[in-house]
Design a protein around this ligand. Structure first.
Ligand code: PEP
Length: 247
């Protein structure tokens, strides 16, 4: 079964009302091929504004949600609130949340299951740190992160995995297409052996880490790279080229 190409844009904690308007105008001017899904993740405060202004073939994600529908959890938002606002996606387990906000593998798994149960699709991020790659334990690390999700999630239909080596995020140091393909192939095999052949065949596995308009085509040509999660370049016109990188 052919997997539709998927391009996510993670705006992180960037932007203003004026910037959001400019980015929406830019995105609304892009061509989105029929076999490509595009989802952008503005800061929570701007999600609704961006969602209302974007053309229908570009969807919106939040950058985080919690594991309760409502209650005394100051500062958090729930997937039920996203659903209420007509927002279909959330990014979970980004390395910045794992690092700065101490999110554990297990919490990411729990958040993923909770969002899915609320009817919100998940871009679940995993990836090794530089010292882990240098110690040759990349596969062990990503397998551990995948298991923490699989412990909570049985149906992966609405999960997109983003493999983002931490050393490549925001550094300008992109993984080579071969390095990325190796991990993506490992992840697909892991899904076949630990979830199901269906999950292995159908789950999109994105690469993230310093993707730009110049390097996207060679990465997109690899058989197990089904798209990208893009940080810095999602705020620039080259995001339009990244959307077209499989064409
Ligand atoms: C990210 O934040 O998920 C990311 C991949 O960032 P960048 O593209 O800037 O490396």
């Amino acid at each position: 079964m052919a997997r539709n190409f998927f391009v996510g844009g993670n705006w992180k904690m960037n932007g203003s009302v004026a910037d959001c308007k400019k980015l929406v105008d830019m995105l609304n001017g892009f061509q989105v091929p029929a076999n490509t899904e595009v989802v952008v993740a503005p800061p929570a405060l701007y999600v609704d504004r961006v969602n209302q202004a974007l053309k229908k073939d570009i969807k919106v994600a939040a950058q985080n949600t919690y594991i309760k529908p409502s209650g005394a959890y100051t500062g958090e938002i729930s997937p039920q609130m996203l659903k209420d606002m007509g927002v279909e996606w959330v990014v979970l387990g980004h390395s910045e949340r794992r690092e700065y906000f101490k999110e554990s593998d297990d919490l990411v798994g729990e958040k993923t299951a909770f969002a899915l149960a609320a009817g919100v699709s998940v871009i679940a991020c995993i990836g090794e740190k530089l010292e882990e790659r240098e110690a040759n334990i990349t596969n062990d690390v990503v397998a551990r992160q995948m298991k923490a999700i699989a412990d909570h999630v049985k149906d992966w239909t609405h999960v997109v995995v983003a493999y983002e080596p931490v050393w490549a995020i925001g550094t300008g140091k992109v993984a080579t297409p071969e390095q990325a393909q190796d991990v993506h192939a490992f992840l697909r095999k892991w899904l076949a052996e630990n979830v199901s052949q269906k999950a292995a065949d159908e789950t999109r596995i994105l690469y993230g880490g310093s993707v730009n308009g110049a390097n996207c085509k060679t990465l997109a040509a690899k058989p197990d790279i089904d798209g990208f999660l893009v940080g810095g370049a999602s705020l620039k016109p080259e995001f339009g080229d990244i959307i077209l990188s499989r064409q």
